[in-house]
Design a protein around this ligand. Structure first.
Ligand SMILES: [Zn+2]
Length: 134
């Protein structure tokens, strides 16, 4: 009769590795905007905050939404990431109407083209085909 004293694994690996505790944790105060920090705006699409300079300003011109990259146009402005995804998000939740306080929906074709960068047909008629120099 074999004795059931199976040798328990004698090798006890020391698992208690003590790392120094992370100091501070998450209890710190919110980051204060330091003096001279870039202004921050909220993207009306994804609602994330970003530096104003990285967002595109949009204003309402009549019932059309127009990009205002130079921030020169008067009136209310809405800020949006330069991404079509954010534009679609903002349109879906009617964020422009709310942000710009317009009575009706805004056409965003101009902005869409601005963000898309590439128009439907490439302007290729610029290069002269055969400059007859000689
Ligand atoms: Zn966004």
């Amino acid at each position: 009769m074999p004795s059931p004293t199976a040798a328990r694994s004698a090798s006890k690996a020391p698992r208690t590795r003590q790392r120094g505790r992370v100091k501070g944790g998450a209890a710190g105060p919110p980051i204060r905007s330091a003096r001279g920090a870039p202004p921050v705006r909220t993207c009306v699409g994804c609602r994330e905050r970003a530096a104003k300079s990285s967002l595109l300003r949009l204003v309402a011109a009549g019932d059309l939404l127009v990009p205002d990259p130079g921030a020169r146009l008067p009136g209310r402005g809405a800020y949006l990431h330069r991404s079509k995804g954010c534009l679609e998000l903002a349109q879906r939740r009617k964020a422009f109407v709310r942000a710009l306080r317009t009575p009706g929906p805004l056409g965003a074709t101009t902005v869409s083209e601005y963000l898309g960068g590439q128009p439907a047909r490439p302007a290729r008629a610029l290069a002269p085909e055969n400059p007859r120099d000689r």
